[in-house]
Design a protein. Sequence first.
Length: 128
Amino acid sequence: MQRQTFSSGTPWEPIVGYSRAVRVGSNIFVSGTVAAGPDGGLIGLDDPAAQTSQAIRNIIRALESFGANVTNVVRTRIYVANIDHWQAIGKAHAEFFGHVRPATTMIEVRRLITPDALVEIEADAILP
């Protein structure tokens, strides 16, 4: 089965040795994604909702590289630095996925790849 990869150009991809997203057949797996902007800096410092929205926009960009969109997403995993922000993060997630309602998990972690990251999101999608 053919394997395709997508790189977003973040500084962590070559250091860690991973792809932003991988497509194998009709399955797309998007790696943990933070709110990195085009220059690699975080968007929405100290704003968990803004970081969630930017992370999801980054996920959408990866999905679109394979001809997919949010309606193809079947699962998300949300890693948060502070679970007390769950409502703001959840509301931002719902703005993109409320009509799709993928299976999801939100987990508090001790910290993320960079100290300013408040949210990191993974997504799995299936193309028809």
